[in-house]
Structures are given as structure tokens and as C-alpha cells.
Design a protein around this ligand. Sequence first.
Ligand code: ADP
Ligand code: MG
Length: 457
Amino acid sequence: MQDDAEGKSQSLVRLADELHVVRQIQRLLERRLGARAEVRDAAALSAAEAAALEALPAGARGISAGRLIASPVRLAGGLIGEVRASARPDTDARDLEFIGDLVEVLAEELGLAATERRVDALIEAPTRYAYDDLIGTSAPIRALQRLLDKVIDSDSTVLVQGENGTGKELIARAIHFNSRRATHRFVVQNCSAFNDNLLDSELFGHQKGAFTGAIADKQGLFELADRGTFFLDEIGDMSPSLQVKVLRVIQEGTFTAVGDTLSRHVDVRLIAATHRDLRRMVDRGEFREDLFYRVNVINLVVPALRERREDIPLLVDHFLSRTTRARRAGKRPRLSRACLDRLTAHDWPGNVRELENEIERLVVLAGEARVIGEELLSPRIVARVPSGVPGDGAIRSLPEARASVERDLIAEVLIRHRWNKTRAAAELGISRRNLIRKVDRYKLQPRYRARPRAPRS
Ligand SMILES: Nc1ncnc2c1ncn2[C@@H]1O[C@H](COP(=O)(O)OP(=O)(O)O)[C@@H](O)[C@H]1O
Ligand SMILES: [Mg+2]
């Protein structure tokens, strides 16, 4: 497992090698302090290591165990790797502190460099997406897993269809990170995110001067994905002219950058996804038939969550553990029978993503409670449960509804600001004192308060 993970995405390691300042600091650490600093990709971390780094509270910049000091490298909040250094046994406390500072500088520097490089922003490193993360034992999920086994090692184009939040991207990642392309990039682009021209230059790149504002040559995403996998999300939203270009990449492996005359060659595996019925779009003339057949070589249909309700308790369990771990909240709470029943009965229009958010919200609202009751559920979940379940948690009056919305919003903003009340109050547009009053009234509590800094040594 470890060997396997080491072989996978080496993006951060590669980035570190390219950065002069990083090499300088590494040399300094080694020569002056006798500590060897090493950069590791998230993919190379064990699950326990990744969890420990991810669970670091706000303001804590690293962890240390004896002579080993590690700092997380983050990109857009997500863990993409670590910098770690081990000090010699005779290192004194002051030097240890200094090594810690340098390790943090390295981690910060790498995080910044990764952010600056659009390239690296699009690289997904963690093997966490390997497919034991695809939770579910229902017949449709088992069938999907069996199909994945067969799909992994081929280079065929895959079309993943399913409603929003069903796990289409998770599946695409599972395919990539278990395939022989795993050491190369997994690039994601959502086709509904940009207008046509921008998407064209995003996907295929452009030449300097191709249009106003094209001040330099820009490499397109298809080129970045060379030898890796391209996940083209919401392909049903793509314009006819871009459909032609994508068809050509799939058929011939060639494309032309905007403003360029030469065509370039790439070796990319394409995984496309959509929540739309592409077949119907073809019938209505809204999607090219030839592209449809090219994309639809292997078709994976991800069922809506309401079509596999037996997976709900498993998913709840999975998200409860994950949220508790991420918030370092100690013992994991459990849901009351009634609460779980309501979750199982809900229709989940937002599918797994909606369930995931609901569990996070419940864990926060539960505070120190060991058992989470149904009264904490979002109003819409209580309200949409089919009749037969008495609506004792339901909202009956306007003041109740207002209070419920207010409570949810406050909880959400507080979490986002890690319970920094000054910042949360500013975002909510109320005074800090007023916020504190409301927090008291709604009995909101953080499950755990961030410590300023993890202890060293
Ligand atoms: N079977 C599953 N097991 C565990 N987590 C899942 C599963 N399906 C989806 N998720 C989670 O739900 C969220 C939404 O999944 P995503 O792949 O982004 O959906 P989609 O691309 O279909 O909108 C993600 O956080 C994902 O990790
Ligand atoms: Mg998606």
C-alpha cells in the first residue's frame, strides 16, 4: 500500500524540487541544524498521518512527536502534502523550535507556490479517493464497483451520469487514482463554469495576441492532463463548436490552441459527466451524436440516494466519523433512532452532498451532546418526510421559522470563521454582543475550541 502510494502523484515533490528557496532552506536545515527536511505528497501519507495533519486547529502550524516535526501544506484549504524534518537526538530545545519554524516556512512557501500555479491547483493528489471511499453496499453500488474494476485498466472514455451530488466526481477520481495514469495529472473542468471563448482557451490554451487580453501564451488544460485523466464535468452544457474540438481530441488526440495554426498531440483519458439526459439531447439536436457515441463508450449511471436508501446509515456513519475526526472532537456522537429514521426517509434532492452537509451541521449543533436528536435536523428534512411520521419537530409559526433560519445561518457562519465571533458578527452584519446573545439563546456551542498552537516536542 505504502509503495503504491509513493508511486502515485508526485506533484508537490516535483514542485519543491523546482523552487530555489525551498532547496536553500532544506540545505540550511541540513548543514546548520543537522535536520533533513523532506516534502511528501498527500498520496504518500498514511491515513493516520493525513488525518492528524488535517485535524490541526486554526493557528496551529505543525505537529511534533519527539524529534519529528511536520507541517501541513494546504491548497485552498485542502491538504496536499506535508513538510517533515527529523532532528538529531542531540538537538536542543531552541534549535528544535528553529527547525519547526523553518519547516513551517517551507510548508507555507510550497502552499503559496501551489496556489500561484494554476497547474497545481488542478492536480489532485490524495489516494483517499481510492475506491474504498465509495461507501455503499446496495446492489447498484456493488454493481458500480464491479464495473469500475473492469474500467480502471482500459483507456476507454467513460460517461458518468447521475443527479447532482451523487458522487460522479468521486468515481472519476477513483478511476484515475487506481489506473496506471495515477502518476500523472487528474484535471477537472466544469463546462458550465465559463462562456464559450473562455472555456475554449481554458481547455486548449491560447497564443499570445490571439485576443484582447491574451498577453502571453497559455497552456491549455488538455495539455496539462497529458498522460493523465481529464474529467470534463457537465459536458451537456458545452457549445456545439467546442463539442467539435473535444471530439477531435478524443478521436485523434490532437487539438489547436486558440490563435495557433499548428496542432498539438496529447494522450489523455477522458471521463465526462453530466446530470442531463444526453441521449435525449441528441434526439433533440442539442448534442452531437458522433460525440455522444465517442463519450459513451462506457456508461456508468450513479443512482440517486433515494434509490438506495439502505446506504444512508452507512454514509451517515462515515460522515459522522469523518466530521468528528476533522474537528478533533473526541468521542463521536451518535444519532437517535428517530433522527436516523428521518434521514432515511428523506428524499435527498441534493443526494450524498446534501447528506454530508446535514451531518456536519448536526455535529456542530449537537455541541457536547452524545446523542443527536431529530429536533436538530434542518427544517426542510423534517418537513419533507412523508406523512405518518408525526411532525413534532416541525415548524408551525412564522416566529419559529424565523428563529430556525437564524439559528442555522449563525451556526454556519460561526463554523466558517472557526468560532471567531468578531469575524462572524461582521459577516452577519450584527454586533458582537448581539451575536453572543443569540448564541446563548440558541444554545450553540463549538464542539471543540481551537487551541492557538500545538505544543512542540
Ligand atoms: N458513495 C459515496 N461514498 C462516500 N462519499 C460520497 C459518495 N458519493 C458521494 N460522496 C461525497 O458526496 C459529495 C458529492 O460528490 P461528488 O462526486 O462531488 O458529486 P457529483 O460530482 O455527482 O455532483 C462529495 O463530498 C463526495 O465525496
Ligand atoms: Mg460534480
